[in-house]
Design a protein around this ligand. Structure first.
Ligand SMILES: Cc1cc2nc3c(=O)[nH]c(=O)nc-3n(C[C@H](O)[C@H](O)[C@H](O)COP(=O)(O)OP(=O)(O)OC[C@H]3O[C@@H](n4cnc5c(N)ncnc54)[C@H](O)[C@@H]3O)c2cc1C
Ligand code: SF4
Ligand code: SF4
Length: 442
């Protein structure tokens, strides 16, 4: 597989191109999406999802309408046309799941629909460190397969792409990158843009992530793959072929430093990448991948791989309310700097066995995770940056947490988003049985 290089893209040079990028401008809450490294750095103020996100207006611009809470699952997953469990046949080697995200990039290049795809390859020195690359040959997309942990300035590639004359682009990105991209899209003068999004949660710096790997195995360098699966297990693969599945409850989360997750990722308001044309994840896939097709361009993308992808209707089982309530109680303690309430050791194996069987599964698991993320956002901002609550928490997030008794206090509810006057308020009551299990803490 060709490695990323920083050579001038002289046509014949094989491998994804990792051009040298400008330094980032200093910003308070920032995941270095790359915008501050470009001539549009001043646009951070209106483009950043950590300042004044405006999903409703951007959804309306990108998808033709903002999310409609009356349509099934839009309150949780944003506007969409169709949703599937999915698996690429055969699964691609080195992919995080089956490789749908990178295959879409390959197909766009193979069919000539785009001049270049902007995505993340791995640093040749560190497989976990993301490096933004510009790919112009379908065969070089393989270098982008697999999840890297950390932040890297994807949008800074827009300038080298423009200088190279690329006007038809695709981007594979995480939600904080896609929000900023959509906010400046009209200023880029592109002929065409395809946005392939992945969900994202619990990201941290690559350096911090290595500390997690250090706790998971005496030989952390041998770990080649890690995924938090929807069956409440973390899967680890090792260079020697070993595979380990660790129940969430056995993870050493409580031994991580309190600042392991940055405030950005604790308070991110878009888990499912609602501004992408298509979201490629796994949370609602019950062991398979999970595709959310959001607009015409998303349909076009799906059509490119339809002959090689197995599609089926997503399943849903279990009840999420107890899990989310347990998460809320523990997160409230953590946000306030208190130690997590740990489950007694003798109960862990039993609960670890029960969770995949009786916990929320499929779409219900995805709804639970989205609600947990919303709870975490509100509680961490309330404790650590209360003045930001008003501008950072959109109405749809308040609606997700309302059934759990989290409602805006005086001064916390923001102005309605620019695109739509959407007051926060409770959702219709749901008949759910509280459960005592739930919280994936170590
Ligand atoms: C930090 C992170 C957290 C995630 N959390 C969830 C989650 O909670 N729930 C869920 O359903 N899905 C999550 N995903 C997405 C999931 O891990 C898979 O990437 C997705 O299901 C696509 O799988 P695939 O086999 O089609 O991808 P592949 O074909 O293997 O391609 C993976 C793509 O991800 C991109 N990528 C890899 N690392 C990064 C990075 N650090 N930053 C930006 N882009 C990157 C690459 O450009 C590549 O194109 C997360 C992804 C990341 C990067
Ligand atoms: S828009 Fe991007 S670069 Fe600017 S502050 Fe936000 S995350 Fe940082
Ligand atoms: S969790 Fe949110 S803020 Fe953090 S990297 Fe992912 S999309 Fe960005």
């Amino acid at each position: 597989m060709a490695m990323p290089h920083d050579l001038v893209p002289a046509g014949a040079t094989p491998g994804p191109w990792a051009p040298p990028l400008a330094a980032p401008a200093p910003r308070a809450l920032c995941t270095d999406c790359g915008l501050s490294r470009t001539a549009l750095a001043k646009a951070c103020g209106r483009a950043c999802q950590f300042l004044r996100p405006d999903h409703a207006a951007l959804e309306a611009r990108v998808h033709g309408r903002s999310r409609d809470p009356a349509r099934p699952d839009e309150a949780h997953f944003g506007p969409f046309r169709r949703m599937f469990r999915a698996a690429l046949k055969p699964a691609r080697p080195g992919a995080q799941w089956t490789g749908i995200a990178t295959r879409l990039g390959e197909r766009l290049l193979e069919t000539g629909a785009v001049d270049a795809v902007l995505a993340m390859a791995a640093d040749p020195e560190d497989r976990w460190k993301p490096v933004p690359v510009l790919v112009t040959r379908a065969e070089d997309m393989a270098a982008c397969r697999g999840m890297k942990m950390g932040f890297a300035p994807l949008l800074a590639l827009l300038e080298p792409a423009a200088r190279a004359g690329h006007r038809r682009l695709a981007i594979i990105g995480i939600p904080c990158q896609v929000h900023a991209l959509r906010a400046i899209e009209a200023e880029l003068g592109l002929e065409r843009l395809y946005v392939i999004g992945t969900p994202c949660s619990d990201n941290t710096t690559t350096e911090m992530f290595h500390r997690f790997l250090d706790l998971l195995d005496p030989d952390p360098a041998s770990i080649t793959y890690l995924e938090f699966r929807a069956d409440y297990h973390v899967e680890l693969r090792h260079a020697d072929g070993r595979v380990r599945e660790i129940p969430f409850l056995q993870l050493p989360i409580s031994r991580l430093p309190p600042d392991f997750f940055p405030l950005t990722c604790r308070t991110c308001v878009d888990y499912t990448n609602v501004l992408a044309d298509i979201t490629v994840g796994y949370m609602g896939g019950t062991g398979a991948q999970w595709l959310t097709v959001r607009n015409d361009r998303g349909e076009e993308l799906l059509a490119l791989i339809t002959p090689e992808v197995a599609l089926s209707a997503p399943a849903s089982a279990g009840k999420r309310a107890g899990a989310v309530k347990g998460f809320l109680a523990n997160t409230d303690r953590a946000a306030g700097g208190l130690p997590l309430r740990r489950m007694p050791g003798f109960l862990r194996p039993l609960v670890g066995w029960l969770m995949p069987r009786i916990g929320p599964r499929g779409l219900e698991f995805a709804r639970a995770r989205v609600e947990m993320k919303a709870v975490e956002t509100v509680l961490f901002l309330r404790h650590q940056a209360p003045r930001r609550l008003r501008s950072m928490v959109p109405p749809h997030v308040w609606r997700l947490v309302a059934p759990y008794g989290l409602t805006p206090r005086d001064g916390e509810a923001g102005r309605p988003a620019r695109g739509r006057a959407d007051p926060p308020g409770p959702q219709p009551a749901q008949a759910e049985t509280p459960r005592t299990t739930a919280v994936p803490t170590g």
